[in-house]
Write a protein of this length. Structure first.
Length: 252
């Protein structure tokens, strides 16, 4: 089985690097330099790249990486410059005999994809630890449907988001559900991780279902708090999701 290592980029991005032997597959290289340093240090060749969406902090390193490894296969939305293996919902990727499936997850952007295989999911800016991506292009209904699609995967699926946002998301999660013990415990554990200089990621779907407010829109406690926020009684999941997402946009 391949190993998966986070390479830090910018202020809080992770470039996840899958490694098998001397070959590597990288996810969302927003900048090339830290990835090149990691690959050189390990004597690795970049065989492939997975791109989740068009934002520069996810694909900005492509040109430089392709100069260095021109034969690398770059999978992603067809409209992104540098993608030489365009993929969409239902597409399949083979890397060193490992298969990954492409999931379309519109919401954060309309072109957003995720890559799923071997119990691992590379989800870009759709789901974060205890949170979800902002809606830059898609509607709340699209994002909720995308999160529902992820929620249907096995609970043991490991999620690899592209940003370290977990602690600030947990603060919001506690504002939504102050009495949720699972969120309190997760905050303690993740504070320790960060204090030790370690990532809080990957996360597991099962944990997100108990601590991520955006995956809990049908829970009575979440509905009540969203209703308080909206000043009207909300029961519809989409209304609850919409209020939570708006609230989080302005939450400090
Ligand atoms: Zn983004």
């Amino acid at each position: 089985m391949f190993t998966i290592t986070p390479v830090r980029a910018f202020a809080d991005n992770y470039i996840w690097v899958l490694q098998q032997g001397t070959g590597a597959l990288a996810v969302d290289p927003g900048e090339a330099a830290p990835l090149i340093a990691f690959l050189e240090h390990g004597g690795l060749a970049l065989q492939g790249i997975l791109i989740t969406h068009h934002h520069a902090d996810h694909c900005g390193g492509l040109a430089e990486l392709l100069q260095r490894w021109p034969q690398a296969r770059v999978y992603g939305p067809a409209t992104i410059s540098g993608v030489n293996q365009p993929v969409a919902e239902g597409g399949r990727i083979d890397w060193q005999g490992y298969q990954f499936e492409v999931l379309a997850l519109p919401g954060h952007t309309l072109d957003h994809l995720a890559y799923y295989g071997h119990g691992q999911l590379f989800c870009g800016d759709t789901l974060f630890g205890a949170g979800c991506g902002r809606l830059f292009e898609g509607s709340p209904a699209q994002m909720l449907a995308s999160l529902d699609k992820l929620a249907a995967l096995p609970d043991t699926t490991r999620f690899y988001p592209a940003h370290e946002y977990t602690l600030s998301n947990l603060k919001f999660a506690l504002a939504v559900e102050p009495d949720n013990d699972e969120i309190q415990l997760r905050q303690l554990l993740d504070q320790k991780q960060i204090a030790m200089g370690l990532p809080t990621l990957p996360t597991e779907l099962g944990l997100e279902k108990t601590t991520n407010p955006f995956m809990r829109c049908s829970k009575p406690a979440v509905q009540q708090q969203a209703s308080r926020q909206a000043g009207q009684a909300l029961q519809d999941r989409l209304q609850v999701f919409t209020v939570l997402r708006e609230w989080k946009n302005n939450f400090r």
